[in-house]
Design a protein around this ligand. Structure first.
Ligand code: AMP
Ligand code: MG
Length: 338
C-alpha cells in the first residue's frame, strides 16, 4: 500500500485534461475529463494548453464532489511527465505541483505510455502481455523484458489515431475521427456482406517490426477524391492498418513466447481491431485482452494507478526533478513491481 489516502492522477499530454483517482489499495475510480475540440484544423498545442488551464478548477471540484472527498483526502499527486505536447504537459505539471504543495502530498511524475499499459494490466488481470499500444500520437508494440517495457516495433511516421483523425477531418468530421471512420466502415459493411470482393487497394506498410501510416493516408484521401464511396474507403483503410498492427503484434508474441496480448490507447476502443486481435490470439493458443473503453482513451485514473505503483516502490518526484519531458520513451521507466 502506498499510503492511507487517495492518489490523484492528472493527465494532460495532448487533447484531454483528465483527473482520476485510485484509493489506498490502488483500486481505480472513473476519471472526470474534458477534451478540446477545435472548430477547424488539428489540435494546436497552445490552444489545448489554454483549454486545460481553463477547465482544471471545475474538473477538480467535480472529481472531489463525485467521489464525496475533501481535498485533504488526497495524499499523493501523480501527473503525466511525458511524452506529449510541451505546453499541455506544462499545465498538468504546474497544476500537480500546486496541489501537491498545498496539500503537502508527495508528487509523482509518471510515464504516460507506461500508465496505459498498467491500467490495462490491472483491469484485465493479465500478467506479462505483449502490448499493442495504439493511440493518437503513439503506435507501439511492447513487451516487458528485464525490468523495462521494450518497444519491439513502432510507427516510423505518424500515430495510427492521428492518421484516422486527419483522414476524417479531410471529410469534414471533427476530432476525434477514429470513431467516425469505425461507424462509416460498419455501416458500409451492412450493405456489403462480402467486402473482400470489393476491398480497395491501399499500401500496406509493415517494415520488419515497424509500421508506417502516412502513405496509406495519402492513398485513402486520393480514393475518396476519385469518387470511391466513403464507407468503402473507411472499411478498407481500417482493414489495412489494423491488419498491419496485428501482424506485428503476432510476430512479437512469436518472438517473445508470451501468451497474452493487451490492447491500449484510444484506438483500442475500436471493435473491429478488438475482434481481429481476438481471432489472431485464439489461432495461436493465446488470449487477447482489451480494457474498458474509458480506460483506453487518455484518462487521469491510469496516471493515478501508475503513481500509486511508483510510490509503493518508494519512488516520488522532487520538485526540482519535476520538469516535463516531451520525448520520454516507454523503456526509460524501470518496472520493478511486476
Ligand atoms: P488517446 O490519444 O489514447 O487518447 O486516443 C485518441 C485517439 O483514439 C484519437 O486519434 C481517436 O480518433 C482514436 N479513437 C477513439 N475511439 C476510436 C475508435 N472507436 N476507433 C478508432 N480510433 C478511435
Ligand atoms: Mg495516450
Amino acid at each position: 500500500m502506498a499510503g492511507d489516502g487517495w492518489t490523484l492522477g492528472i493527465e494532460s499530454t495532448a487533447h484531454t485534461l483528465s483527473f482520476g483517482l485510485v484509493d489506498a489499495n490502488g483500486i481505480p475510480h472513473p476519471s472526470v475529463s474534458d477534451t478540446v475540440r477545435p472548430d477547424k484544423g488539428g489540435i494546436h498545442p497552445r490552444e489545448a494548453a489554454d483549454h486545460h488551464k481553463e477547465f482544471a478548477p471545475e474538473l477538480f471540484r467535480k472529481l472531489l464532489s463525485t467521489n464525496n472527498l475533501q481535498p485533504n483526502d488526497i495524499t499523493s499527486v501523480a501527473f503525466s511527465q511525458g511524452p506529449g505536447l510541451g505546453p499541455c504537459l506544462r499545465i498538468g505539471a504546474s497544476i500537480a505541483r500546486g496541489i501537491s504543495k498545498r496539500l503537502e502530498a508527495p508528487l509523482i511524475g509518471v510515464n504516460h505510455c507506461v500508465a496505459h499499459i498498467e491500467i490495462g494490466r490491472q483491469q484485465c488481470g493479465c500478467a506479462d502481455p505483449v502490448l499493442l499500444y495504439v493511440s493518437g500520437g503513439n503506435t507501439q508494440v511492447i513487451a516487458r523484458l528485464e525490468g523495462r517495457y521494450r518497444v519491439l516495433g513502432e510507427t516510423l511516421d505518424i500515430g495510427i489515431g492521428n492518421m484516422l483523425d486527419k483522414f476524417a477531418r479531410a471529410q469534414g468530421f471533427p476530432f476525434p475521427g477514429g470513431p467516425v471512420v469505425e461507424r462509416l466502415a460498419s455501416e458500409w459493411l451492412l450493405d456489403n456482406p462480402d467486402p473482400s470482393m470489393d476491398g480497395l487497394e491501399l499500401p500496406y506498410a509493415v517494415r520488419g517490426m515497424d509500421l508506417a501510416f502516412s502513405g496509406i493516408l495519402t492513398a485513402s484521401l486520393k480514393l475518396v477524391e476519385n469518387g470511391q464511396p466513403l464507407g468503402a474507403v473507411c472499411w478498407s483503410l481500417q482493414e489495412h492498418v489494423f491488419s498491419a498492427c496485428v501482424e506485428v503484434a503476432e510476430r512479437a508474441l512469436s518472438h517473445t513466447g508470451k501468451k497474452e496480448l493487451l490492447l491500449g490507447g484510444g484506438v483500442a476502443c475500436n471493435s473491429r481491431l478488438r475482434d481481429m486481435c481476438d481471432i489472431m490470439a485464439s489461432e495461436r493458443d493465446s488470449q487477447s485482452f482489451a480494457p474498458p473503453r474509458m480506460y483506453c482513451i487518455d484518462n487521469g485514473t491510469m496516471i493515478a494507478r501508475l503513481g500509486w505503483l511508483e510510490q509503493a516502490e518508494g519512488r516520488i518526484t522532487l520538485f526540482e526533478k519535476s520538469a516535463i519531458d516531451q520525448y520520454l520513451r516507454t523503456d526509460q521507466t524501470p518496472i520493478t513491481w511486476a
